[in-house]
Design a protein. Structure first.
Ligand code: ATP
Ligand code: MG
Lengths: 286, 373
């Protein structure tokens, strides 16, 4: 009897050991997810909560009335990701190619330094920087580049600036990791074989640092598309994003089923793009 | 010999020193002329500037001063990808994200060769290096020897005018290394491409090269055919680096007809050939070099047989080692110890000389050479 139990234990070792983790996932991830899924098919009652009957109405509204919000959110997230990439890629190379260890470490430290301050504080700081009488406008005015203060705040531009600032480390660090692994003698090998700078970059350097680029883009795009604090503080009406739409439905007398539907669509879109990425890289591996 | 292929004229490469350190002269005013179709070896100890010299020719480094000339053209300002040379790198530097075939085709693609033609040429290059069947594999799935061959094919497929090889066999085990030496040599003879080959292994350089340049601390000490370098080393460094040598310290008594007579102490004096442009005069301290295998040992019971061409000195065996092909003796002669290598053309137990035995050591006169320190 005891021996049999032991054998069974050994046989299902992996499963038994993962039980706590599975339990955790079930309670804190799967269950809420299912609740949201069910909610997203419900109707709204007068207080904004979900109620029967089941309906597709919420999804319909997400895809019609709120379509512009999705489009502009994807836009903002994409632009932020691309800008992060354009800054982060050369930055990672710049850091990696410094001769002195001290400079390299200092640069990496500076990249993650912002994490040491509260996110809200940093975002509020941008309100000051970009404000009517902030340093940017003061400089532009004193240089005579503009005649009156430029309105940066409460625009998509401000949201993009804030997101790039916030998420840049998520782009730089994975790229740095793959640049670190890159063998710079390959550049010489390519040039030796007749490749100019352009070809060397496209055919040798980029393909080998691609894992870092992809990881960086995912790490920036996913939080960017769901962001709600940055657009809330910097974007105003112009920079309104899916995240704001969702929070608004859950707060006060919103429309919880609508928020749930928007969440599901957002999650679906993210998962879809991840799937595409996995398929893409799996094919490359072969 | 035929046309000049590569020429370095007073070429200097200086690297700035890091904080507080002096600048490093990796290559210090080198003059070098390499001819078309030669198999040329750059030989020297670690850090002597071999790789830097190669990189100057390839175009990865620009000389601090002096010239690099390939096919009669000044290479200053010509980028690596426009030079008619290709390199087999020390650790191959294959592209890990490409298959073997893609690696070999890379250079052809860059030259705008169309796909079909490139495939044909790459396939024949792989055949040439003996790897026809691994086209689809990635570099990390290959053995060291296979990677080495792919690197060779990748460079050769470009049909370079000069092929630079930086210790290409360094990572291979001894047996494979020997085989590749012979294959490379045969390939070079067949293709007629000029090879410039860097190694710190003197045996490898001797086996493969038509000519060898011996380098030390950024300088070229001597250039010559393998036999020239071995038989007539000019400096103590060269004699020591190439093969094994006995050095005898002594005082030059007098010179006559490029033969110096050197007092090596204990009233023993021996003649030694003086290299050209040797500046030593009577009374100077000098070094004489003799190769161990050029010395013979004779028992005292055999009648002495010194003559005009042969030198014979009394000595005493201090050590004897049987090492299979040879027996090595250390013989005390005057105040010096001479290593002597005697080939074991026959063997019986108990034969040979024993420690403490008094013997004659003798050699043909021209085998003892005066060196420049
Ligand atoms: N990029 C560089 N910066 C500073 N010093 C360098 C650089 N490259 C080489 N050196 C120095 O120049 C000298 C010659 O180096 P080189 O690589 O040419 O030697 P090598 O003969 O190829 O040695 P090995 O047999 O170990 O490969 C060394 O003292 C080295 O430290
Ligand atoms: Mg080297």
């Amino acid at each position: 009897m005891v021996a049999g139990l032991k054998r069974a234990l050994r046989k299902h070792n992996a499963f038994i050991l993962s039980l706590p983790a599975l339990f955790w996932l079930l309670v804190f991830f799967i269950t809420p997810l299912l609740l949201v899924l069910v909610l997203s098919f419900m109707s709204r009652d007068i207080t904004g909560r979900g109620t029967l009957p089941f309906t597709f109405e919420q999804y319909e509204r997400v895809f019609t009335t709120f379509r512009p919000v999705f489009v502009s959110s994807i836009n903002i997230a994409l632009i932020s990701t691309v800008v992060c990439l354009l800054i982060g890629y050369p930055l990672a190379f710049y850091i990696k190619t410094r001769r002195s260890d001290a400079v390299r470490n200092l640069a990496l430290f500076l990249v993650i330094l912002p994490f040491w301050t509260n996110f809200l504080v940093r975002t509020y700081a941008w309100r000051v920087i970009l404000g009517q009488s902030g340093p940017v406008n003061t400089t532009l005015l004193s240089l005579g580049l503009v005649d009156e203060p430029v309105i940066f705040l409460n625009t998509q531009f401000a949201v993009i600036v804030g997101m790039v600032y916030t998420f840049l480390p998520f782009m730089v660090l994975p790229i740095y990791a793959s640049v670190e692994r890159f063998d710079f003698r390959q550049v010489e090998a390519a040039r030796d074989l007749g490749a100019n700078d352009w070809h060397t970059f496209w055919r040798v350097v980029l393909p080998q640092t691609m894992p870092g680029v992809v990881a960086g883009c995912i790490l920036v795009f996913i939080p960017a598309i769901g962001a709600f604090i940055t657009p809330d503080l910097l974007g105003g009406r112009d920079g309104f994003m899916i995240g704001n739409l969702i929070t608004r439905q859950y707060k006060g007398t919103g429309n919880v089923p609508l928020g749930a539907a928007a969440s599901m669509v957002l999650m679906g879109a993210v998962m879809l793009s991840l799937l595409v990425y996995i398929r893409f890289t799996a094919r490359q591996e072969r | 010999m035929s046309d000049v292929k590569v020429q370095l004229v007073k070429t200097v490469k200086e690297f700035p020193g890091r904080r507080g350190e002096d600048a490093v002269r990796a290559v210090d005013s080198i003059n070098l002329t390499i001819y078309d179709g030669e198999f040329f070896a750059l030989l020297g100890p670690s850090g002597c500037g071999k790789t830097t010299t190669l990189r100057l020719i390839a175009g990865f480094e620009q000389p601090t001063s002096g010239d690099v000339i390939i096919d009669g053209e000044q290479m200053a300002g010509v980028p690596a990808f426009h030079r008619p040379v290709n390199t087999v790198f020390q650790d191959y530097a294959l592209f890990p994200h490409m298959t073997v075939m893609q690696n070999v085709m890379f250079g052809l693609k860059m030259a705008g060769v169309d796909r079909r033609e490139a495939e044909r040429r790459a396939a024949s290059a792989l055949e040439l290096v003996g790897l026809p069947n691994i086209r689809k594999r990635r570099p990390r799935e290959l053995s060291g020897g296979q990677q080495q061959r792919v690197a060779l094919a990748r460079a050769l497929v470009k049909k370079p005018s000069v092929l630079l090889l930086d210790e290409p066999l360094g990572a291979l085990d001894l047996k494979l290394r020997r085989r590749m030496q012979i294959e490379l040599k045969a390939m070079q003879a067949e293709l007629g491409i000029t090879f410039i080959f860097v190694t710190h292994d003197q045996e490898e350089a001797m086996t493969m090269a038509n000519r060898i340049a011996v380098m030390d601390q950024g300088h070229i000490l001597q250039i010559g055919r393998p036999d020239e370098i071995y038989e007539t080393p000019r400096t103590r460094f060269v004699a020591d680096f190439i093969g094994e040598t006995n050095f005898l310290q002594g005082r030059l008594l007098h010179t006559e007809d490029r033969v110096g007579v050197v007092d090596i102490g204990d009233d023993v004096s021996i003649p030694a050939i003086m290299p050209e442009r040797h500046a030593a005069r009577a009374g100077d301290d000098v070094t004489v070099a003799i190769r161990p295998e050029r010395i013979a040992i004779q028992g005292m019971d055999v009648p002495a047989s010194a003559d005009d061409s042969r030198v014979m000195v009394r000595g005493r065996v201090t050590e004897a080692y049987y090492i299979g092909t040879d027996t090595r003796y250390v013989v005390r002669v005057a105040s010096a110890s001479l290593t002597v290598r005697v080939q074991n053309t026959d063997y019986q137990r108990g034969m040979g000389f024993k420690p403490q035995q008094a013997v004659y050591v003798l050699w043909e006169k021209h085998n003892a050479r005066l060196l420049v320190d």
